[in-house]
Design a protein around this ligand. Structure first.
Ligand code: ZN
Length: 476
C-alpha cells in the first residue's frame, strides 16, 4: 500500500472516502514528503501503481491527554480507598480521592518513565484511530520539586514519545500555582506542578525549536482553582498570537460551589467575564453549566473539550450536549486519564450518556437541528463535528481530507463482518455503534504509515519499555 507516485510523497486510492461534503467515490488522495495532502480528487480513475482501500476517514484528534495517567489505568477501581482531605468532597470514593492516588503516582515517575508511558499510549491511540493528540502537561519539576536544568526536560520527553509513535502533537505546558481558590498554597504532593507565567513561557520558548507540521506549542492555565486571573491574563497575553489555550473548567460540582464562594460567579461565567475567550480556547469538561453559560460558551467560538469515558469513570456528570448543540456550540473529544484509548468508545459514551439522560435516541444529531437539513446520521455527525472541534483546539491543519491539510487518515477494515459490503452512508454507524473489534486497519499520520494491518511497527519494543517503566514504578 502507499505505492509512491512521486519521489517524495505517496498516494492512496479510496473507493469511498469521507470528505468535508460527505462520502465520495473513487477518491485519489496524494501527499508530499512533508506529510501534507496535495491532492484529494473524487471521481478519479484508479492509477495502476497506487494501492486501494475500501473506506477512508480523516484521522481523529484527541484534544485532551495526561499521558502519564495511562499507567494508572484500572488501578483506582477499588471502593473505600483513601479518605480525601478536601473539605466537602462528599462521598469517600470521589474525584478527589482518585486524585490523591494519581498524585502518589505522579510524585514518583521519572522523565524516562514518562517517555516510555507516553510512547505506549500514543501507539495505542494511533491503533484505535487518533492521529493527533493535545497533551495537557503539568509535571514540570523533579520529584523533590526542584527545577530541572532544562525547563522543558519533561515536556521534551512527551515530544520524543510522540515522534517515536508518529502521532501529531499539540504540547500545552500547564500553569499550576495554587491548591485552590483564594490563592491557597500548593500541597507538598503538588510540588512537581508548581509553575507561574514566567516558567510556562520559558518552557514554551524551549519547545518552540520543535515546532513544525507535526508539532504545535500552546499553553494551559490548569483551572480557575489553580491559577489567579492575573496570572491567567499575564500568560495568555504573552503567548505568541494564535497559539491554542486550554483550561480545565467546571468538571466537578464542588468546583462550581467553590468558584461561587470565591468570586460570586460560576466558573465558565467567571472565565468568559475575565478573559478574552475566543476560538483559540478549549474549555475542557465544562460539565456543569447554567443555561446562560451554555449559550455564552457556544457564542464564544471556543471548543468544549469533552472526555466522556474519564468523566464517567470519575463520576463528574453529563455535559448538556443538546442545548449546547442547539446553540451552535463546538466540541471535540479527549481521552484525558486514558481509561480508553479509542475514539469509538468516547463518541459512543457521549451519545449514550445523552440517550440515558433524555430517554430518547440519536440525541446529538436532532439537537443540532440538522435533521431538516438532511443530516440524519448521528455517527457521521459526531465524527465530522468532533474533527472540526478537535482541529480547532489543536491549532494544527487537521480534520478534513483536503489539499493543504495534514495527511492524517484511517483505512477501515472492509473485510470485517461488520463492514463487508457496507454502503458508505452506513459505515460510520457500524464503526461507532456496533461491537468491540477494532475496525481501524491502517493509519497514516503526517504522511507516514504508523499502523498497518492493525500493528504499529515499533509496538513490541515500545511495550517492553512501558512494562519495564511500570515494574520500576511499582517497586519504587
Ligand atoms: Zn484533564
Amino acid at each position: 500500500m502507499g505505492t509512491r507516485v512521486n519521489r517524495s510523497g505517496a498516494a492512496l486510492f479510496a473507493r469511498h472516502a469521507l470528505l468535508a461534503d460527505g462520502w465520495r467515490r473513487d477518491v485519489l488522495i496524494a501527499w508530499d514528503g512533508a506529510g501534507d495532502l496535495v491532492r484529494v480528487e473524487p471521481d478519479a480513475a484508479a492509477p495502476q501503481d497506487v494501492a486501494q482501500a475500501d473506506y477512508v476517514l480523516p484521522g481523529m484528534i484527541n484534544l485532551h491527554s495526561h499521558a502519564f495517567q495511562r499507567a494508572l489505568g484500572g488501578l483506582t477501581e477499588r471502593a473505600g480507598g483513601l479518605q480525601s482531605d478536601t473539605p466537602d468532597s462528599g462521598a469517600p470514593d470521589s474525584f478527589w480521592t482518585w486524585r490523591e492516588l494519581m498524585y502518589r503516582f505522579a510524585n514518583r515517575i521519572t522523565p524516562g518513565q514518562m517517555e516510555a508511558v507516553a510512547a505506549q499510549l500514543y501507539v495505542e491511540c494511533l491503533r484505535h484511530g487518533y492521529t493527533a493528540v493535545c497533551e495537557f502537561h503539568y509535571l514540570h519539576r523533579d520529584t523533590d520539586g526542584a527545577a530541572y536544568a532544562d525547563p522543558a526536560e519533561t515536556a521534551g520527553r512527551i515530544a520524543a514519545a510522540a515522534r517515536q509513535a508518529g502521532i501529531g502533537l499539540t504540547l500545552l505546558p500547564v500553569m499550576y500555582a495554587y491548591a485552590g481558590f483564594g490563592a491557597a498554597p500548593l500541597k507538598p504532593e503538588q510540588r512537581r506542578f508548581r509553575s507561574d507565567p514566567a516558567l510556562v513561557l520559558r518552557i514554551v520558548e524551549a519547545l518552540d525549536k520543535l515546532r513544525g507540521p507535526q508539532l504545535e506549542v500552546g499553553a494551559a492555565p490548569h483551572s480557575l482553582r489553580a491559577v489567579s486571573i492575573a496570572q491567567l491574563k499575564e500568560l495568555t497575553q504573552a503567548l505568541p498570537g494564535g497559539r491554542p489555550l486550554h483550561i480545565h473548567i467546571a468538571e466537578q460540582a464542588l468546583e462550581v460551589r467553590q468558584c461561587l464562594d470565591a468570586t460570586g460567579r460560576r466558573p465558565v461565567e467567571w472565565l468568559l467575564d475575565q478573559a478574552d475567550v475566543d476560538a483559540r480556547w478549549c474549555l475542557v469538561h465544562a460539565t456543569h453549566l447554567s443555561d446562560a453559560e451554555v449559550t455564552a460558551l457556544a457564542a464564544s467560538g471556543a471548543v468544549a473539550g469533552l472526555c466522556p469515558t474519564t468523566e464517567a469513570n470519575l463520576g463528574d456528570g453529563l455535559f448538556p450536549l443538546a442545548p449546547y448543540l442547539a446553540a451552535g456550540g463546538r466540541f471535540g473529544i479527549g481521552s484525558d486519564s486514558h481509561v480508553s484509548q479509542s475514539p469509538v468508545e468516547e463518541l459512543r459514551w457521549l451519545e449514550y450518556g445523552q440517550r440515558l439522560l433524555h430517554q430518547r435516541r440519536n440525541v446529538a444529531v436532532s439537537a443540532a437541528g440538522t435533521t431538516s437539513a438532511g443530516q440524519r446520521d448521528v455517527a457521521a455527525f459526531l465524527w465530522q463535528q468532533t474533527l472540526l472541534g478537535g482541529a480547532q483546539a489543536s491549532g494544527r491543519r487537521l480534520g478534513v481530507l483536503a489539499a493543504g491539510r495534514r495527511a492524517d487518515l484511517l483505512v477501515l477494515d472492509g473485510d470485517h463482518p461488520n463492514l463487508d459490503g457496507a454502503a458508505p452512508e452506513d459505515v460510520l454507524g457500524r464503526f461507532l455503534f456496533c461491537g468491540n473489534d477494532n475496525l481501524v486497519r491502517d493509519v497514516l499520520a503526517g504522511g507516514r504509515w504508523t499502523v498497518r494491518k492493525g500493528r504499529h511497527p515499533d509496538q513490541d519494543a515500545i511495550a517492553v519499555r512501558y512494562k519495564t517503566a511500570l515494574r520500576q514504578l511499582r517497586e519504587a
